[in-house]
Design a protein around this ligand. Structure first.
Ligand code: SF4
Ligand code: SF4
Length: 150
């Protein structure tokens, strides 16, 4: 009986010994995440003017099922609107992606930043400045990757 169990166990071990590893040596090694994955949000800027794309239509705030987006608008000199404050509370976010889908300006997207653990609830609130920084980093990395492929 014991020998049978041992044999079964060893056969499973041997079967997987010569296959490719599906795990990696995190954090020294990181897996490439799928481009359509839902990770930390990013706010995008217009390429030329470097102004925020968000026109403060409020759709993302409205559609968010977790009510974790807070926008306080401001009117610019040219009478366009943009957010003075744009906060996302990731502690409440369910990563449904509806905010990204609904945005008419492609102002919000999701980056590949997935290391979001923390001890302090306050740290899960990402401000406009944080999200713009994430967007800049993410879009720069994407551009560099594309150039590397050419
Ligand atoms: S991913 Fe979903 S839950 Fe998270 S902020 Fe966007 S709409 Fe809200
Ligand atoms: S849906 Fe887009 S443009 Fe409208 S408030 Fe949200 S991020 Fe800004």
């Amino acid at each position: 009986m014991l020998f049978n169990d041992l044999r079964k166990g060893l056969s499973v071990t041997l079967k997987y010994l010569f296959t490719h590893a599906v795990t990696c040596q995190y954090p020294t090694q990181r897996l490439n995440v799928p481009e359509r994955g839902r990770w930390l949000h990013a706010l995008n800027l217009h390429e030329e003017s470097q102004k925020i794309k968000c026109i403060d239509c409020g759709l993302c705030e409205e559609v968010c099922p977790s009510k974790c987006i807070e926008i306080i608008p401001t009117e610019n000199k040219d009478h366009t609107k943009s957010p003075a404050i744009y906060n996302i509370d990731l502690g409440r976010c369910c990563f449904c992606g509806l905010c990204v889908e609904v945005c008419p300006e492609l102002a919000i997207s999701m980056s590949d930043k997935y290391e979001l653990a923390g001890y302090d609830r306050e740290k899960f609130i990402f401000t406009k400045e944080d999200l713009i920084k994430v967007g800049l980093e993410y879009n720069n990395n994407k551009l560099q990757k594309k150039e590397g492929e050419l």
